[in-house]
Structure formats: structure tokens, C-alpha cells
Design a protein around this ligand. Structure first.
Ligand SMILES: C[S@@+](CC[C@H](N)C(=O)[O-])C[C@H]1O[C@@H](n2cnc3c(N)ncnc32)[C@H](O)[C@@H]1O
Length: 311
């Protein structure tokens, strides 16, 4: 219901959209502004076309628009205590572990990792952005070791307390994972080609369309091969699932963030559009890890990621 695929496709084929989506050569704030304007145009045009298409289209688009919010999650609030943020991050880590999400994320990356190892003859280098308290970075290192795959894993986030806890986690499990503070938006201190894959789990909804386009653009500088993101699938059932699981935590802060999260998930078409805006020369593929996630793979090496939908 909230994917609005037919309406999005109608928008994408229009002249107004094509003119607004030229981002070649842009990066940083000009790219952010252009991508925000492009997505605003998509949503505006979608509402206009929905009006023309009749009551169901109008209802679906109206529901989607009513659910959207710009409210800030506690995790993004500079005034919310880091200890409170850590409690939410640890809750997410537990949920990811219980739902087997880390194994599914690893399966998404594994074919690419083997290709990179074969091509370069060295351990692939993976940087996880916005990784919270390091749960996936540790799981990735452990799963790769179990498979006999030599891997160089770096976890990162902007919250220093997460990085401290993530380092402790890696040490406790004797895992070789490097952790550092990285602002996913700028990646300013990272050298060109420093990593092969940049991975982001369940965080892209924390960024505006323009910020996400900037992230993809910077990733095209920092990563040799791909930017890969996984986030919740935009749907009413995911809204119920995300809020329902948060209710089980009995934590008002976690419930607050879960409600905002599920309302902010991007649709598949929006992600494809943002990926193209961020890296106009890359191949963008949108896929699904059923039932919970939408994936985006942006390939910088000229190859097309295998997926159900390419852009
Ligand atoms: C929903 S949590 C996801 C954590 C983890 N990836 C997971 O799957 O559980 C979103 C994360 O994005 C991080 N974040 C927000 N803005 C960021 C930025 N500009 N740079 C890096 N991380 C950021 C937050 O600190 C938080 O850890």
C-alpha cells in the first residue's frame, strides 16, 4: 500500500522530474539541496497524479503522506543522553540477533566479498556506517571467520559511547574489528578507495533524501566497489511489526523511536531515485530481504548487482 509504485513510475516518466534530477558533478551541500528538491517534487507530482487517478490512488497517497514525519528520533537528538541512546542501540542489536537479521545481511554481502577477494587477491575491506553499538560489525567478522573468508572489517558511528562499547564487544569475543568515529554524511577524513564496500544497516531513514544522496556520493569516492544499504520495507505491516516489537521492550524511548522509524522508511522507488542522484554513473539495484527489508546496492565498479529491480 505505501510503496505507491504505479504513481512513482508515472512521476519518473514526466519531463518535470527529468529536469529536476540532474545532479552530475554535484557533491556536498549543493547535491543535498538538489536531491531534497527532487524528492519534494516526486511527492508533489505523486499527489497531483493521484488526484487524477481516482479514489484508491488518492487514498493510498494520502495515507502515505499522513504517515510521513520529520520528527527527530531520540537517537538523533543531540540533547538526549548518550546512555539512553546506547540502551536503544543495544535493544536494536538484540532484535537483529533474535530475528536472524545479521545472517541475512551477511548473505547479501557474501557474493560481493568473494568477487572482491578473487579480483584483488587480498582481504576485502568493509566499512559499516551508522553501526550503533557494533553488533553487525562483530557478527560480520565472526560469520566471515566461520566461512574461512579473510575480511577486514571497520565499524563506525558518530556516537563516541557506541564506539567504546563496540570495541569492548569485539575484545570480549576476540574479534579483529576496527572501530572509529565517522560522520556518514561527510566521510571527510577517509581516503579515496580506502574500502571496498560501504554498508549501512537500518539507518538510511535517519537521513533526508539529500543527506542520503550525499552519503552515496561520498561512498563512491571512498569505496572501490559498492554502497550497500538495508532498511525496513515501507508498508503498514512493517509499521505494525516495528511498533509491536518496540512495545515489548516497555521502553518509552524505544517505542518513540520505533514509531518515527517506521513512518520514515523510504519506498523502493524513492531509494532507487536517491541512489541515482547520489551516484549518476553507478548501477543502482533495489532488492528485498523478505519480509522485513528493502536493500539498495549501488555499484561503482560498472557491474550490476543481481536484484529484482534495477535502476
Ligand atoms: C537505527 S540506528 C541503527 C544502528 C545499527 N546499524 C543497527 O542496525 O542496529 C541508527 C544509527 O545511525 C547513527 N547515525 C545517525 N546520524 C549519523 C551520522 N551522521 N553519521 C554516522 N552515524 C549516524 C546513529 O547514531 C545510530 O547509531
Amino acid at each position: 500500500m505505501l510503496q505507491l509504485h504505479p504513481l512513482n513510475q508515472a512521476v519518473f516518466s514526466g519531463d518535470a522530474f527529468r529536469e529536476a534530477t540532474t545532479t552530475a558533478g554535484l557533491r556536498g551541500e549543493p547535491l543535498e539541496a538538489q536531491a531534497n528538491a527532487a524528492l519534494a517534487l516526486v511527492r508533489h507530482e505523486r499527489a497531483r497524479i493521484a488526484e487524477e487517478r481516482g479514489s484508491f490512488a488518492r487514498f493510498a497517497n494520502g495515507l502515505d503522506a499522513a504517515l510521513r514525519t520529520n520528527a527527530m528520533e531520540h537517537m538523533d537528538d543531540p540533547n538526549f543522553p548518550e546512555s539512553g541512546k546506547l540502551a536503544i542501540a543495544n535493544g536494536l542489536d538484540l532484535l537483529n540477533t533474535v530475528t536472524g537479521s545479521y545472517g541475512r545481511f551477511f548473505s547479501l554481502l557474501e557474493p560481493m566479498l568473494h568477487t572482491i577477494a578473487a579480483r584483488t587477491g587480498r582481504a576485502p575491506r568493509v566499512l559499516e556506517l551508522a553501526g550503533g553499538s557494533g553488533g553487525f560489525a562483530c557478527a560480520l567478522a565472526a560469520l566471515a571467520a566461520k566461512r574461512g573468508l579473510d575480511l577486514n572489517v571497520t565499524g563506525s558511528d558518530v556516537v563516541p559511547l557506541y564506539i567504546d562499547r563496540a570495541r569492548e564487544k569485539a575484545t570480549a569475543h576476540a574479534l579483529h574489528v576496527d572501530f572509529r568515529i565517522v560522520d556518514a554524511l561527510t566521510m571527510g577524513e577517509l581516503d579515496a578507495g580506502a574500502y571496498d564496500i560501504i554498508f549501512v544497516a537500518q539507518s538510511v531513514h535517519h537521513f533526508s533524501p539529500g543527506q542520503l544522496a550525499r552519503m552515496v556520493c561520498e561512498a563512491s569516492r571512498v569505496a572501490t566497489t559498492a554502497f550497500v544499504s538495508v532498511d525496513g520495507y515501507r508498508s503498514l505491516s512493517m509499521l505494525a511489526f516495528v511498533v509491536g516489537t518496540a512495545l515489548l521492550s516497555f521502553s518509552p524511548a524505544a517505542i518513540h523511536d520505533a514509531v518515527i522509524t517506521a513512518r520514515k522508511f523510504y519506498s523502493e522507488d524513492e531509494l532507487a531515485c536517491i541512489g541515482r542522484l547520489g551516484a549518476p554513473n553507478a548501477k543502482v539495484a533495489i532488492g528485498r530481504i523478505w519480509p522485513l527489508n528493502t536493500t539498495m546496492v549501488v555499484r561503482f565498479d560498472g557491474l550490476t548487482a543481481s536484484s529484482s529491480k534495477s535502476a
